[in-house]
Design a protein around this ligand. Structure first.
Ligand code: ADP
Length: 282
């Protein structure tokens, strides 16, 4: 635990933080809004992930691993870590607050009032975050609109770096959360639990589809265990309304059955740049 603490950034004292309203529920405990008082003059609105006070020490270590992962990234579209609190029964991860919450909920609530330009911009921002992860050789494994948070109506942040550690203990993960995100997963992830940069690319394609569909979940009308058969027969998600064909073309490249035939995030970023220039509506 000492070594883990060193990799977690600034240790914060519980008196540096005031907890406020509950924002949501995480795997280990509630997530709250809070205020961080880094010194006497400043206050910063934060999100505080908590680990249930009655959890075992091994659970706390697992909980804190997400902070160790987040700390490695420094990117405008990845949620930032401020530090951790580990004192007595209090185990918190303190991070940047996304005041508008989950992108998926926001898309569902605001629907058609969100312009296509804004949607394309979310996709571009997400791709830039993925290029950053790719450059660090990190595999996220859970790219989905539910794991993207909104800082403001035109700024997204990728969050939830919790899944990677769980998949190293696949059985436990399956048991604790019920199911894997099958409908977002690449065929080799479904068949062999194989997760790589290329399987993140597949998931990114599905996440683009969710964004363009303004929060609709993929493969809504079918069961999880029917998904792999469909994919192996070559079926894919349909063209979202108003999606530029050049973008749908990229998404279909992300959904190549063979992982090595999919583009890298660096390739995708370059292609997106061209598409966004063409699609700009003034
Ligand atoms: P876990 O991965 O442990 O299940 P999540 O990261 O999904 O937890 O967090 C649970 C919920 O808390 C999210 O769905 C979201 O609604 C809220 N939440 C998490 N982090 C933030 C944040 N930085 N800002 C605002 N809300 C957040």
């Amino acid at each position: 635990p000492d070594r883990l603490m060193k990799s977690l950034g600034r240790p914060l004292s519980p008196t540096d933080i005031m907890l406020a309203d509950r924002l949501g529920e995480g795997q280990f405990g509630d997530v709250h809004k809070g205020i961080l008082y880094p010194d006497t003059t400043e206050e910063v609105a934060v999100a505080v992930k908590t680990c249930k006070p009655d959890s075992a020490p091994e659970e706390r270590v697992k909980f804190l691993q997400e902070a160790a992962i987040m700390k490695q990234f420094n990117h405008p579209h990845i949620v930032k870590l401020f530090g951790v609190v580990t004192q007595g029964l209090r185990t918190y991860i303190v991070m940047e607050l996304a005041p508008l919450g989950q992108l998926r909920q926001y898309l569902l609530l605001n629907g058609e009032s969100i312009s296509q330009d804004i949607l394309l911009n979310y996709i571009k921002q997400l791709c830039s975050a993925m290029v950053h992860l790719e450059s660090k050789n990190y595999v996220h494994r859970d790219i989905a609109a539910r794991n993207i948070l909104l800082l403001s109506p035109d700024k997204i942040k990728l969050s939830d770096f919790g899944l990677s550690r769980w998949l190293e203990e696949a059985d436990f993960y399956v048991a604790s959360r019920g199911k894997l995100p099958i409908k977002w997963m690449a065929p080799e992830s479904i068949n062999f639990r194989r997760f790589t940069g290329s399987s993140d690319v597949w998931m990114f394609g599905v996440c683009c589809w969710e964004i363009l569909m303004r929060g609709v979940k993929p493969f809504m009308s079918i069961k999880n265990d029917e998904v792999i058969g469909k994919l192996e027969r070559g079926e894919r998600l349909p063209l979202p309304p108003d999606c530029p064909p050049s973008l749908f073309n990229i998404m279909n490249h992300c959904w190549q059955y063979e992982p090595e035939e999919r583009p890298s995030f660096t390739d995708i970023e370059q292609q997106l740049c061209v598409i966004l220039e063409q699609e700009k509506h003034f």
